[in-house]
Write a protein that binds this ligand. Structure first.
Ligand code: UDX
Length: 448
């Protein structure tokens, strides 16, 4: 089938390549000419394991191409996926729909034949119904544009496998007043079933529902993940006071299948382009709907998460004798999680910037994210290796759990630092091994 993917960031670029891998002809669309040039040359503008190999393969055969032209896209595609961003608004917590609105309007206007628009971006509930109206009013007369909502659940660092082999796929359709899919929606569902035929044959669950449910699945899933992380981090505050081991606690409750061990890793908390923004946007949307009370607790989830950053900063201050002025601090990690170069709302970078603003000389090393971090906070001292970061440091903070950091040899690192004090902000090191090598080992969720 011929399809376009509008927006070629993490979500869109991965989706475009995955669709080519499923055997479709794909045209990626973006307003950013530089990004389009890179992708057309088979280069991925961000770090995502496995993506550049797959992109190279499909660019070479012509299965995937890229353009900035909506005219070209409108003439080409029978299905148009929308994968543009919905960042947090500057003046509040709601999601900014400017890019989604513009993409839907422009592709509808450029459509030369009947087509389906499939929204993948994370949007406030109620958006799809409004966007279907926008598509209808923007499309040339006689051209039918049907809109479905098809949220994306990919994790950065695992984007390719998550897109090709997701846990589930969700499709939101326009319903009539009697609560049934309209005939246009049923036709659109058939088109999407064809797009995903291979995955459906492989038995991936396909949940077909109304617009609102489909929109909510995404933000509900991300909010639940955020709740799990903040829950264990709230318990960290308790174990820090009374003693106890947060990792063993997580292991023990996680063995209850109803709870599960995943997303119970205590540490500096969640960041990135999704979890923080999604809990805020969901809460903001609930307030708009007059339901402020329903999701008020998400504000607490956000607060617990941000408190972890402050606590980590305070630990470092305490280890430096109460003031950071003139101290040298090693920060390991800037990305919001390993296997990604994304520094959006990254706890690691936020903590590093705060330490710097309090007078510390911060030497930061991240295996992939130094360049993105430097764009955001140019005043930190970015170094090209782990050894360079730790040499002479008074305190070393591990804030993103890259394998390179998990595998550090405590004796080797001890031979480089000024003072062997480490704050394990992700609870990934073996305390005994570090203590045996002469370190003062501190971790979040433990009494010191
Ligand atoms: C998330 C969702 O997982 C994904 O399904 C959705 O499509 C987009 O948002 P992502 O933002 O890529 O994906 O990262 P994720 O792996 O969920 O991690 C989010 C943050 O939580 C990271 O900062 C990570 O370090 C942190 N985290 C995760 C914890 O602090 N503890 C954990 O136990 C798990």
């Amino acid at each position: 089938m011929r399809m376009t993917v509008i927006g070629t960031g993490y979500l869109g670029a991965t989706h475009a390549v995955a669709m080519a891998e499923l055997g479709h002809e794909v045209l990626g669309v973006d307003v950013d000419q530089a990004k389009i040039d890179l992708l057309s040359a088979g280069q991925v503008p961000f770090h995502e394991p496995g993506l550049s190999e797959l992109l190279g393969k499909h660019v070479a055969t012509g299965a995937v191409r890229f353009t900035t032209s909506y005219e070209e896209a409108g003439a080409f595609g029978d299905v148009h996926f929308i994968g543009v961003g919905t960042p947090q608004k500057r003046n509040g917590h709601a999601a900014d729909m400017t890019y989604v609105d513009s993409a839907v309007e422009q592709i509808s206007r450029a459509a030369t034949h009947d087509c389906v628009i499939a929204g993948k971006s994370t949007v406030p509930v109620g958006s799809a119904a409004r966007l279907q109206e926008l598509a209808l009013t923007s499309a040339p007369s006689g051209t039918r544009v049907s809109l479905v909502w098809n949220p994306e659940f990919l994790r950065e660092g695992h984007a390719v496998e998550d897109t090709l082999r997701p846990d589930r796929m969700v499709l939101g359709l326009e319903y009539d007043d009697a609560g049934r899919p309209t005939s246009a929606a049923q036709a659109a569902e058939a088109v999407l079933r064809e797009v995903y035929a291979h995955q459906l044959e492989a038995g991936i669950p396909f949940i077909v529902t109304d617009y609102a449910t489909a929109e909510l699945v995404k933000v509900a899933a991300n909010s639940f993940l955020a709740i799990k992380i903040s829950f264990i981090n709230a318990l960290s505050e308790i174990t820090e006071t009374v003693g106890g081991d947060i990792r063993t606690l997580a292991d023990a409750i996680g063995l209850d299948e109803r709870i599960g061990r995943k997303f119970l890793n205590a540490g500096v908390g969640f960041g990135g382009g999704c979890l923080p923004k999604d809990i805020r946007a969901l809460r903001a949307r609930a307030s708009e709907l007059g339901l402020d009370q329903s999701l008020r607790f998400l504000a607490e989830v956000d607060d617990i998460n941000l408190r972890r950053r402050e606590y980590t900063v305070q630990l470092a201050v305490q280890e430096c004798g109460g003031s950071l002025h003139g101290t040298q601090i090693a920060v390991l990690g800037a990305a919001f999680k390993p296997e990604s170069d994304d520094v959006r709302d990254s706890p690691a970078l936020d903590i590093a910037a705060r330490l710097h603003s309090m007078g510390a000389d911060v030497r930061l090393y991240d295996p992939q994210a130094n360049a993105n971090a430097a764009q955001r906070y140019p005043r930190l001292d970015y170094v090209a290796s782990l050894d360079a970061a730790v040499t002479g440091a008074q305190v070393t903070l591990l804030l993103t759990e890259w394998r390179e950091f998990r595998d550090m040899d405590p004796r080797h690192v001890a031979s480089l630092v000024g003072t062997p004090t480490i704050i394990d902000g992700r609870n990934v090191l073996d305390p005994a091994a570090w203590q045996d090598a002469g370190w003062r080992y501190l971790a979040l969720g433990r009494r010191h």
